[in-house]
Design a protein around this ligand. Structure first.
Ligand code: LFR
Length: 473
């Protein structure tokens, strides 16, 4: 068959990418086309996403793709971080979407919990408690009453590209307003919370054609290309690209967050699961992503930002490679810190908060960037290990290997420490799992890949051999 190409738009909390995936004879080849920063903007007392700039960058990436590979691209798919949304009225965006790290969510949690306590909410939506789950954000959103439509970020961009108004299911599953048993909106819950179900768009599954580039978008790109819904929650796309065709595996999708858990056939609503704060998010092909959000490399990137700030803008020289090498040769902290402490959620001086965790307990705090980095890596690895073992226990499934995918797969110190602290082998890679999952689901929709998750994962395993870390005593 002639080679055919799809375009993945993958938007992360710090950068966005447009990546092309070309299928020929059952193999996949990737080309990085564009990479652009995604920097939240703080104004008017709120922390926001610059979604218009993101849209501009996506359009510019797609235009470049068409110019460099005229007529080759068969579809476009968009994924991003979860939970955040834009509100619209009459097709116009109302306000600038909030960042999930904005402090307003505390008020939303109070409002929702006044009506539905944590137990009742879990019984209905099966989600771990994260103060920024969409349901809490909506409950405190001043524009809710004026809005006629709520669109999650990838759906919002797809709307601007095509005019379609849809909610892709994997991402909708992170809102807290979806019933994981039925895969439908929990309209009773929404109504009780004053969220009109009419603002929630019709749900679609990954693999569905959303529409075609229209209007200005078709004009810029020069052609009416299909936009296909992928696992539009980035973590759902990442899990598609885990290079394992067997069972019994756990995963850590490690970037800004460390999403740690299992793929299950059915959700787990037990009290034990709720207390351990495990979520039942929706995966591609109806799977359940039974996982917990571990704070992730945010701890390190936010620390690096603090050190850069202190060094002055002229000296933005923190070299991550060097820092990790140094961290590898300082001793482990006496005790690892609790990476999930909510104090680490907001942007700001991360080293000071980490030091505070230690000094409050009368423990020696790290002092140098290398010591902080070592403490962060070891503490993350411990949390990854604990979370994998806990997930296996709660879901009553054996785990024999941990797959680390995403940016964190490049971090050798982290992968080795995770193997050591869990006693399980770690298979690291692919780094671009999210974009690969996005590409595979589009490829399947276009008939370029056949089969289900096992076939797609088999292709990943052949194209991107993971690196193996054995646990050391
Ligand atoms: C990862 C991620 C997580 C989600 C968090 C906030 O990028 O999508 O899965 O909990 O971002 O949306």
């Amino acid at each position: 068959a002639a080679p055919a190409t799809v375009a993945a738009v993958d938007l992360g909390a710090t950068s966005g990418r447009v990546i092309l995936g070309t299928f020929s004879d059952g193999a996949l080849q990737m080309r990085h086309l564009a990479r652009f920063p995604n920097e939240p903007v703080s104004f008017g007392g709120g922390l926001h996403w610059n979604v218009v700039e993101l849209y501009r960058q996506v359009l510019s990436g797609l235009t470049t793709a068409e110019r460099e590979h005229p007529g080759e691209i068969v579809s476009v798919g968009i994924d991003s971080w979860a939970v955040d949304y834009g509100l619209l009225r009459g097709g116009q965006l109302l306000g600038v979407p909030f960042h999930y790290r904005d402090a307003r969510t505390a008020e939303g949690v109070e409002k929702v919990h006044a009506q539905f306590d944590a137990r009742e909410l879990y019984r209905r939506n099966g989600l771990q408690h994260l103060p920024f789950n969409t349901v809490f954000q909506l409950a405190t959103d001043g524009l809710l009453d004026v809005a006629d439509t709520a669109l999650l970020i990838p759906d919002l961009l797809a709307h601007w590209l095509t005019g379609a108004v849809v909610a892709e299911r994997t991402n909708a599953s992170t809102t807290g307003l979806l019933d994981p048993r039925t895969g439908r909106w929990d309209t009773e819950l929404a109504t009780a919370l004053g969220i009109s179900p009419s603002i929630l768009p019709g749900l679609i599954d990954a693999g569905t054609v959303v529409g075609q580039l229209t209007g200005d978008a078709a004009g810029s790109v020069g052609r009416r290309v299909d936009v296909v819904a992928v696992g539009s929650h980035d973590t759902a796309s990442a899990v598609v690209a885990i290079p394992n065709t067997g069972r019994d595996f756990a995963y850590v999708s490690c970037g800004t967050w460390g999403l740690v858990g299992l793929e299950l056939e059915r959700p787990v609503f037990s009290e034990e699961a709720r207390e351990a704060n495990f979520t039942n998010e929706g995966g591609v092909d109806g799977r359940i992503r039974f996982l917990h959000n571990v704070m992730g490399l945010w701890l390190l990137s936010e620390s690096v930002r603090s050190w850069d700030r202190a060094a002055g803008s002229s000296e933005r020289s923190s070299n991550l490679e060097l820092l990790l090498a140094e961290a590898g040769s300082v001793p482990s902290p006496v005790e690892v810190f609790d990476v999930d402490d909510p104090r680490f959620m907001a942007p700001g001086d991360m080293p000071a908060r980490i030091a505070g965790w230690y000094t409050e307990r009368g423990l020696p705090a790290p002092r140098t960037p290398a010591e902080f980095t070592r403490a962060i890596i070891d503490s993350l690895a411990q949390a990854f290990a604990d979370t994998v073992l806990r997930a296996a226990r709660i879901a009553k499934t054996p785990v024999t290997v941990i797959h680390v995918v995403g940016g964190g797969a490049q971090n050798r110190l982290l992968c080795q420490a995770t193997a050591d602290r869990s006693g399980l082998p770690v298979l690291a890679g692919p780094v671009e799992a999210t974009a690969i999952g996005n590409i595979l689901v589009q490829g399947r929709a276009a008939g370029l890949v056949a089969g289900g998750l096992p076939e797609m994962r088999d292709l990943v395993a052949r194209a991107f051999t993971p690196l193996r870390y054995e646990p050391r005593p």
